[in-house]
Design a protein around this ligand. Structure first.
Ligand code: SF4
Length: 443
């Protein structure tokens, strides 16, 4: 029997689609890192791990550490029967999960989930541990727990005899509270970096150099999750990158920052200059959109020299803009600066948000064509209304679902803000984006 203090689990995803585009449970990994540094023994189980050696089929891997997850077809919720797509459970088969934990003895379980509408994977685990390990406390945290607390509490009320707690924040206070109840049994660890080394294989490492965002877009949860914008000491970020590069030979790093380029000269600029001085060859990716308005000629040059190979800019809309994070003129200037610095259409993409209440698909098409003209690869992101944001209230008026009742209704793939989604039109727009992207990348 392998004895640990805490078992930390990243749940399965139940959804129409899920891809490993640098998708890792950062918060849970960070918690593992902090607990380990204190001297707790941890077992970290990511049920999405695409490298688990006993998966019935190895998921395909793609460039820069990205790829697919293992998946099995799952029953589609009845209210999504009009959505012409299959529904899956992504992650390890249940038997493999049982095998993973069968040899473990632990004092508490810690569960987390990110997207609010991914809570079913979390609920399956809560139910499993509450019924099979009734004496073991369960702690639940993550974005869903933060944004949909009432929904979670409602579910937890089904288990009156179990000890299930919602983790408190900041995370440091939560750890202090744990220390009062659970004695330390291990050795203290030299650092508190997110515990990527607990994976069987590390194709990339995720970095978070800041919390929050100084902007407040009407569709975004950033302010709800972190009310203040705080940047880490850039020199400490450099140390973290060097640690993974030197000790684990990590080349690919993905930034999870919401506002990576803010204060460029004193923050990311310093990180890149320091790495260049040390002649460290790494590749950087920005799955979260960058703010185009901060991409000056100098910044673009440094991004190129510093190893950025995946740049995603947040444009969202061209006509009827609904945020103030960038103007079309600023976006186009950023594109000119990036191209001048040597970025190609393969490296340079922009997100377009669509599926908003009363969506005008012709305007989305015009936006795609505009990006094609600018030679920037378009990436469509479907609108998911987030509770607590002003656009959520708008979406409630136009949605065919009672959005406030269940976070599942906010799944981006069902176009929750549309009353009668025209699936053929949606399909046409998606194909158009794909065709433009392919043509730009191969040109
Ligand atoms: S700029 Fe980006 S991260 Fe910041 S509030 Fe807007 S969408 Fe959210």
């Amino acid at each position: 029997m392998h004895k640990v203090d805490f078992l930390l689990i990243n749940p399965w995803i139940y959804d129409f689609s899920a891809h490993d585009f640098w998708l890792k449970p950062y918060g849970l990994l960070k918690l593992a890192g902090l607990l380990r540094k204190e001297g707790y023994k941890i077992y970290f189980l990511d049920l999405l791990d695409p490298f688990h050696p006993e998966l019935p089929k190895t998921p395909k891997r793609k460039a820069y550490g990205t790829g697919h997850f293992y998946k099995e077809v799952s029953l589609k919720p009845y209210f999504f029967l009009d959505v012409p797509r299959r529904y899956f459970r992504y992650g390890l088969p249940f038997e493999l999960f049982l095998k993973e934990i069968s040899n473990l003895k632990f004092k508490a379980v810690m569960l987390s989930t990110t997207m609010t509408y991914w809570y079913p994977g979390l609920f399956v685990l809560i139910d499993f541990f509450a019924k099979n390990y009734p004496d073991i406390p369960i702690f639940v945290g993550g974005i869903y727990a933060k944004l949909c607390r009432a929904h979670l509490e409602n579910f937890l009320s089904l288990y009156p005899d179990s000890r299930i707690e919602i983790a408190s924040y900041p995370i440091e206070n939560f750890i202090e509270r744990l220390k009062k109840e659970f004695p330390l049994t291990g050795e203290t660890h030299p650092h508190d970096y997110p515990s990527f080394d607990l994976y069987k294989k590390i194709p990339y490492v995720v970095l978070l150099t800041s919390l929050g965002c100084p902007f407040n877009c009407p569709y975004c949860a950033s302010k709800k999750i972190f009310s203040k914008f705080i940047q880490r000491d850039p020199h400490l970020v450099v140390e973290e990158i060097l640690y993974w590069n030197k000790n684990f030979n990590i080349i690919d790093f993905a930034f999870y920052d919401d506002a990576l380029l803010v204060n460029f000269e004193k923050h990311l600029g310093v990180i890149l200059e320091e790495l260049l001085k040390r002649n460290i060859k790494v590749r950087f990716h920005t799955p979260n959109a960058l703010h185009a308005r901060f991409i000056t000629k100098e910044a673009a040059k440094l991004l190129k020299e510093g190893g950025f190979v995946t740049i995603r800019l947040g444009l969202e809309r061209i006509e009827n803009r609904i945020d103030e994070k960038v103007t079309l003129e600023e976006f186009e200037e950023a594109v000119r600066n990036l191209k001048e610095a040597g970025f190609t259409a393969k490296e340079l993409g922009a997100y377009l948000l669509y599926g908003l209440p009363e969506e005008d698909f012709k305007a989305v098409e015009r936006a795609l064509k505009h990006l094609e003209k600018l030679q920037v690869s378009p990436y469509l992101s479907e609108f998911s209304p987030i509770p607590g944001t002003s656009l959520f209230e708008e979406a409630k008026k136009t949605s065919r679902y009672p959005l406030s009742e269940d976070p599942l209704f906010t799944n981006k793939s069902v176009f929750p803000a549309l009353k009668n989604p025209d699936w053929e039109e949606i399909h046409r727009i998606k194909n158009l984006a794909r065709t433009i992207r392919k043509a730009l990348i191969s040109s």
